[in-house]
Design a protein around this ligand. Structure first.
Ligand code: ASP
Length: 348
């Protein structure tokens, strides 16, 4: 009798323990990688970035905390950054060679491997919402240009004039990029090459945004949004809307959002490669991300970084540039944001 009472209380303890044990949930975001150092950012600018990153990470975290999906969490976090002029996504996007803005975005869910992406859209206020509509309301994965905009209209998404995305800071970057392109062309006409791209100066391009999250149901998701590369032309599309290059999520391995010199991220299919190393190579997501960012890309001459989360909620954020705007929040903890190199080597 005594024994069975003891057994009963042990069982009760076990059950209540299992009920209160918290499912891990977490979010990590980035706001672009590049030449970001203390000398370049005034204390006021640094504070503005830190505040916006905190706002974005908390927007996503609140969704997760209240039991929402990782898909909603990454959407909310990216929306905050698309609406801020500080980042190269939505408002604040870089300029094309012709002086406009062409936006790219993508989103993916790790449970079903469904994804949506848009490239070269010019009048959709929040490209991440259009990418999501492509995933949820169309039979396709990727739409581009005018057709994508027509689809946005049909979906009732908010449209704006292309000038909505204008900022003086990015316009000055365009002037500098065009000057550099002109000089390079005069020096060696018809010698343009990926590795010597004069317009790819990490100081002008950084600011792509992304978010990766794990929800209480154990599902991963990733979203990425960008204006691309300053002075891009001929309809150039970067890695951000390419599933497996700038964005990827698979519950069986990890979720990744990337930022950097997009051409290299496409060639090295960065996001998919990281997750494949986890799935087939048995390495941790953090190790896999380090290998790709610090070895493969460095060897090739590709600059940038990634945010990564595995299915247990472990986060890493390696980058091979001077800085990367980034933030994270893990269940039950406060938000953490960082910009410079210092914390980069010690992800948790
Ligand atoms: N990856 C983006 C692109 O190449 C740019 C960036 O992340 O800064 O379009």
């Amino acid at each position: 009798m005594r024994v069975s009472k003891l057994m009963l209380s042990l069982i009760t303890l076990f059950i209540s323990g299992a009920v209160v044990a918290q499912a891990p949930y977490a979010i990590v975001i980035h706001g672009g990688a590049g030449t970001i150092n203390k000398a370049q950012l005034s204390p006021a600018q640094q504070q503005a970035y830190e505040q916006k990153l905190t706002e974005a990470v908390n927007a996503g975290y609140q969704v997760l905390e209240s039991g929402g999906t990782s898909l909603d969490a990454v959407t909310q976090a990216v929306l905050v950054m698309e609406d801020s002029p500080l980042f190269n996504a939505g408002k604040g996007a870089v300029y094309t060679y012709e002086g406009g803005h062409d936006l790219d975005a993508s989103i993916m869910r790790g449970d079903t491997l469904e994804a949506g992406a848009v490239a070269g859209v010019t009048i959709v206020k929040n490209p991440v919402l259009l990418a999501r509509a492509v995933m949820e309301k169309s039979e396709h994965v990727m739409l581009s240009g005018k057709g994508a905009e027509e689809f946005a209209k049909l979906q009732g998404l908010q449209l704006v004039a292309n000038s909505h995305f204008d900022t003086e800071f990015r316009y000055n970057a365009l002037l500098k990029a065009k000057e550099a392109m002109k000089k390079a062309e005069q020096k060696s006409p018809h010698q343009a090459s990926l590795r010597l791209s004069p317009a790819w100066n990490p100081a002008w391009n950084m600011g792509t945004v992304g978010a990766v999250a794990l929800d209480k149901q154990g599902n991963l998701a990733a979203a990425t949004s960008t204006g691309g590369m300053t002075a891009k032309r001929y309809g150039r599309i970067g890695d951000a809307p390419i599933i497996g290059a700038g964005n990827f999520a698979d519950n069986q391995s990890c979720a990744v959002s990337a930022t950097g010199h997009g051409e290299f991220f496409i060639l090295y299919r960065v996001a998919a490669d990281i997750c494949a190393r986890v799935k087939y190579g048995g390495v941790s997501a953090a190790e896999a991300a380090d290998q790709v960012i610090h070895q493969e890309l460095v060897k090739a001459g590709g600059t940038g970084g990634v945010i990564v989360m595995d299915k247990q909620g472990n986060i890493s954020w390696p980058f091979n540039t001077e800085g990367m705007y980034r933030g994270k929040r893990v269940a039950g903890q406060a938000a953490q944001v960082a910009i410079f190199q210092d914390l980069a080597k010690k992800p948790q």
